[in-house]
Write a protein that binds this ligand. Sequence first.
Ligand code: IPD
Ligand code: CA
Length: 264
Amino acid sequence: MSLALELGELAAEIAREAGELARTRRQEGVRLAATKSSLADIVTEADREVEALIRERLRASRADDGFLGEESGAEGGASGITWVVDPIDGTVNYAYGIPAYNVSIAAVRGEPDPESWEALAAAVNAPALGEIFTAARGHGAWSDGIRLAVTEETPAGALLATGFGYDPATHDGDLATVGRVMPMARDLRRMGSAALDLAYVAAGRLDGYFERGLKPWDHAAGALLVAEAGGIVSRIDVDSPRPMLIAGGPDVHARLRVILDAKH
Ligand code: IPD
Ligand code: CA
């Protein structure tokens, strides 16, 4: 079996177990939390607990690999492979009981830097939606036994998604960007989970996606899903604090890139 497939199977297995833990903690949290602030505490604990589980499982199976996680940080490895992990992507959805959250796990080769790494394997598991999306480099992107493919034609305009970070200071700029993109859009979705936005582009449920300020763990797995489904993912303004990530089928990606690359 190729290394990418092997890593993909491991990513999927761990993402399933981690997703179940997140879902269980969420159910317990709803029962336990009477107020929003205590719910937020539980969310934080679930984030950490899920990441710890993933890290432990990876250490047991692949002790020489590096790790880069949202909650517990980075640790180098000797194998040249790094696992890039978001234990719960879509944390605000998770806190509010919206099912669009997921466990996102990717294995990348090279420096753990999105500009240079080569993604080998990915799993995005959305336990409350009952869906897992997986990809292995050179072997396609899959969900429920079906090979995923990005959309090619958008005669009625592109169904796009975006996200806004959590810092209110950036909202005006992001809304202005939306205004520039809308002329090519059929409509715009705002799901609150970058990894699911990317999985949906891979699955042809969205024609394109763009967002500023994502962190490596937000897009590592989802970007490989899109690429293996025949789409393109690129980033601009990579040296700024809020790089822009653009994803879509080749045509939509190209059109988005022209609009988003233009300096206004
Ligand atoms: C966030 C989600 C959200 C995006 C934010 C991310 P988190 O990740 O992916 O959709 O708009 O930029 O930070 O914090 O829920 O893991
Ligand atoms: Ca997260």
